[in-house]
Design a protein around this ligand. Structure first.
Ligand code: HSE
Length: 451
């Protein structure tokens, strides 16, 4: 081996110019860590990283002691032109999209945490990175600090991923956890999440599942080497989850979690596709995802050769997310110094996205019914007519004071099904709702995790 091979690579004299767009909780931590760890980062990259500016919407806001106010500018477009590496933490579609495209076109690699932009305009951004001969990195876009995209994209590049299943939204996990562990109702749990800074003043993106859907689209695209757009994701939020659903879950030894599920599917003719969905579901209390508490995230990846892998950690927050941003920054900067580039978009599989109706799942159906002879038989008949098999049935009389004190008593009937297509299960619920003997469909929730 030549002597040269034993020598440290050293640090080149010329610094790489870094532009930071956005100075919220993540941006502030990125700026701080770039300063605090400057020397170590330079050693890891092989060149110093020089923060040349921080683009903000307005000047004159107190940004705390970690931000050098001389770096602040409101002219993001001008800042991008001078950079070798651009960190986009503005969020939203515009101006983030244009700024990233300009950066890539000018030859700067881009690090972003912008899941909504990637899920809607990923192909356009990748093409711009390819044309510019630079990198587009976004580990921070999914599950915050958890190293997840790089393992999927690089460590598992030789394997075949079958399924990605996880909790990718910390806010909804916090809300559901408080509904379960502290008995809060949905509104109180959201208010508590807002007070702690997990949920935004307008919590729509989290509680309606938009944030999780963007992340699921990104995960599915990477896992299955195909393009999945945000609109391809079946999305249901947690706004209709009630204290009653959480209590019902407990009665069957389960908990309610907001899940993102990306699966490789095989049709009867052997053709492959993917299904991607985010929705609340009951999972067994013994499932590892059931013990993911507070605002934590956890993701299972099932691959043919590797088997099951689980990734767990903080999915949000300034400092944890800054860790993911800096990991990408060091990697892109190191590649730049070495004259190489990380992997680009991989979409050779061109898999169709299968409709939700074809997804195979299980349902927990909670009904109020008349308590008289033959009712259970009628319910069972309707379920069987739809080709759905019952796993368990639990019946409980509703006390007279709770029922309408009417001529006949009422009972609560809880049915958990075996696996069937979502279309068959949905049609079953509609048919049950139409029966005279069914006073109300109190709750319907998918059951995941086991059959
Ligand atoms: N709002 C997200 C969450 C974090 O609650 O997990 C950013 O994606």
């Amino acid at each position: 081996m030549s002597r040269r091979n034993h020598e440290p690579r050293g640090v080149t004299v010329e610094a790489l110019k870094v532009a930071l767009l956005g100075c919220g909780s993540v941006g502030t931590q990125v700026a701080r860590l770039l300063t605090v760890h400057a020397e170590e980062l330079a050693q890891r990259v092989g060149a110093p990283l020089e923060l040349i500016g921080i683009a903000v919407r307005t000047l004159g806001v107190d940004r705390g002691p970690d931000i050098d106010t001389r770096l602040l500018t409101t002219d993001a477009a001008e800042l991008v032109k001078r950079a070798d590496l651009v960190i986009e933490l503005v969020g939203g579609i515009e101006p983030a999209r244009t700024l990233i495209l300009d950066a890539l076109a000018s030859g700067a690699s881009v690090v972003t945490g912008n899941k909504a932009l990637l899920a809607e305009h990923g192909p356009e951004l990748y093409e711009a990175a390819e044309a510019g001969g630079v990198e587009l990195c976004y580990e921070a876009a999914v599950a915050g600090a958890i190293p997840l995209l790089r393992p999927i994209r690089e460590s598992l590049a030789g394997d075949r991923i079958r399924r990605v299943l996880g909790i990718v939204n910390g806010t909804t996990n916090y809300v559901l956890d408080k509904m379960d562990a502290a008995g809060l109702d949905f509104a109180d749990a959201v208010a508590q999440a807002q007070a702690l800074g997990y949920a935004e003043a307008d919590p729509t993106a989290d509680v309606e599942g938009y944030d999780a859907a963007s992340k699921a689209a990104i995960l599915a695209s990477l896992a299955f080497h195909t393009r999945v757009h945000a609109d391809d994701v079946h999305r249901e939020g947690i706004t209709s989850v009630t204290a009653g659903d959480v209590a019902s879950a407990r009665q069957i030894g389960a908990v309610v979690k907001m899940l993102a599920i990306c699966e490789r599917t095989v049709a009867a003719d052997g053709s492959e596709g993917v299904s991607v969905r985010v929705h609340p579901a009951m999972i067994p209390a013994s499932h590892p995802l059931a013990s993911v508490r507070e605002a934590f995230n956890a993701v299972f990846v099932e691959a043919e050769a590797a088997g099951e892998l689980m990734f767990y950690g903080r999915g949000a927050g300034g400092l944890p997310t800054a860790s993911a941003v800096l990991g990408d920054l060091v990697s892109a900067a190191r590649n730049r110094v070495g004259g190489s580039r990380g992997p680009g978009e991989s979409t050779y599989a061109h898999l169709p996205v299968r409709p939700m109706g074809e997804v195979v799942t299980r349902y927990h159906i909670s009904l109020d019914v008349a308590d008289r002879p033959g009712v259970l038989a009628q319910v069972a008949k309707v379920i069987a007519e739809h080709g759905v098999s019952i796993e368990t049935v639990r019946q409980q009389q509703i006390p007279a004071a709770v029922s309408d004190a009417g001529e006949q008593g009422r009972a609560s009937l809880v049915v958990v099904t075996h696996s069937a297509t979502d279309a068959a299960l949905g049609a079953t619920v509609s048919a049950l709702a139409g029966l005279d003997i069914v006073t109300a469909v109190v709750g319907v929730m998918r059951v995941e995790g086991e059959d």
